[in-house]
Design a protein around this ligand. Structure first.
Ligand SMILES: *Cc1c(COP(=O)(O)O)cnc(C)c1O
Length: 456
């Protein structure tokens, strides 16, 4: 077994990983590669870890699984059976979610609201919550008939200056500019919007939505978000608006992917020899995060908060899927050796240059960590970003060998059609004929409804 920055050994349950990889290799031998493998066992483990964490929080918590993270129907059905509702950001996700769970168990978010989602949602039975983020959405909701069934609404809030996680240094965040979602927590616009919404008859303004970004590991982020949230709740109360629910979004790191700090500032400091806090980030400090909520509980309650909503995605989905690919070429170039595999970062869209995941090779002998054979593992695409990391193996790699890439369950399958929009059609430019139909929802569902052949 190859070691990928020895992250696998540090995970502490290496045998579980080895067993899962062995099973994936076994199936790959009778199926085909490249292929993804979905493990309900892995998913259950993540769900129960998440539930134990939620049980520590000093509030009643409702959990909604983020469909865009991975909307494999079997996965969505499994999290529903485990008691999670659905969180959707596009019309396609809404269609999938309503086939699995009633609207009252669905939280509606994201940019897709303005692309048909909000209209579909407002014409259906009310969902659990719609978190809105623009004046345009407020105007849309304002058109709701006064005698229609009331819809519960939240306001998406941006906490200014919240950055420093996701393995990037602050320079990356500065360059990217402010978030494109929601109202600034410390601004006046959110107060005006809230006052306006609270007056609509068919709307119940209930929640603040504080989705804080991805790959969160430290309690400090929650500390700053809750502090900003409390200040906002106070200002809202002074203006006669009472909020009962905090939706903390998703973003919690799964603990399976190691992030290394990168970014212009980090590179510069390293070049000039300044010691930098470049420690890899991996597992979230769940105890630390719950301690933050416990510290804020009294203040939040005194401000009217009774209920927490959470929207985990990667925390549950990331460990639930592995990919198996084949080595198609081993190339020597001076001192460098590349092992080329038949799965690129277009399919593994989740893979970032600054991340490492557990990787193992089927060498035909007992898997061993580490070894003297060192390779850069690359996909078949021409661009440089199609690099999966550096691996060392106990035996030389040869074409035909299989490789297992772990923890690819978040933003890989989902991102294949870019956050759940249908794949567009292809037309012949000369005669206008259709060359490839637009993907439809039934086509998307098809693999899940055709009976699978039993496997050994
Ligand atoms: C993507 C998303 C999530 C899930 O995020 P993860 O990082 O996968 O946990 C939750 N809420 C909202 C609003 C999102 O956009």
């Amino acid at each position: 077994m190859a070691s990928n920055s020895s992250s696998m050994r540090r995970l502490g349950w290496g045998t579980v990983i080895e067993e899962t990889h062995r099973r994936a290799f076994e199936l790959a031998a009778v199926r085909e590669t490249p292929a993804f493998f979905f493990s309900r066992e892995r998913l259950d483990h993540a769900i129960s870890t998440f539930n134990s964490f939620m049980a520590e929080l000093p509030f009643s918590v409702e959990t909604y699984y983020s469909y865009k993270t991975n909307y494999l129907p079997a996965l969505c059905e499994h999290v529903e059976a485990a008691g999670f509702g659905a969180e959707v950001t596009s019309l396609l996700e809404w269609e999938l979610a309503t086939a699995i769970t009633p609207p009252s168990r669905i939280v509606v978010n994201g940019i897709g609201k303005q692309a048909g989602l909000l209209e579909a949602v407002l014409n259906s039975a009310p969902p659990r919550l719609i978190n809105i983020e623009t004046d345009t959405e407020v105007d849309h909701i304002a058109k709701r008939k006064p005698d229609a069934a009331p819809v519960s609404v939240g306001l998406r809030v941006t906490v200014p200056g919240l950055s420093g996680e996701s393995g990037r240094d602050p320079s990356v965040h500065w360059r990217r500019g402010p978030s494109k979602f929601g109202w600034m927590a410390n601004g006046t616009a959110i107060i005006q919007t809230a006052t306006k919404l609270a007056a609509f008859p068919a709307v119940r303004l209930q929640a603040l939505h504080l989705h804080l970004g991805g790959q969160l590991v430290s309690p400090a982020v929650y500390e700053r978000a809750l502090a900003a949230g409390c200040r906002l709740l106070e200002r809202l109360r002074q203006n006669g608006v009472s909020i009962t629910t905090l939706d903390m979004g998703g973003g919690l790191a799964s603990g399976w992917v190691t992030k290394h700090r990168v970014g212009p500032l980090f590179e510069l400091l390293r070049t000039v020899g300044v010691p930098t806090p470049g420690r890899p980030q991996r597992a979230p400090d769940l105890q630390g995060v719950s301690a933050v909520f416990i510290r804020f509980a009294d203040r939040l309650r005194s401000l009217g908060i009774k209920q927490l909503v959470v929207e985990p995605g990667r925390f549950v989905a990331e460990p639930s899927m592995l990919a198996v690919a084949s080595v198609i070429a081993v190339r020597h170039d001076g001192r460098r050796r590349h092992a080329v595999i038949d799965l690129g970062t277009n399919a593994l869209h989740c893979w970032r240059q600054d991340e490492t995941r557990p990787i193992s090779f089927e060498t035909g002998r007992a898997p061993r960590s580490g070894g003297q054979h060192r390779y850069e593992l690359v996909g078949p695409l021409c661009h440089r970003s199609d690099t999966l990391g550096t691996v060392t193996t106990s035996a030389p790699l040869r074409p035909g060998m299989k490789v297992c890439l772990d923890a690819v369950g978040a933003y890989s399958l989902g991102d294949w059609v870019a956050n759940a929009w249908h794949r567009p059609p292809v037309f012949d430019l000369e005669d206008g004929s259709i060359l490839w139909d637009r993907q439809t929802t039934p086509q998307f569902w098809a693999p899940a409804t055709s009976p699978a052949e039993p496997l050994p």
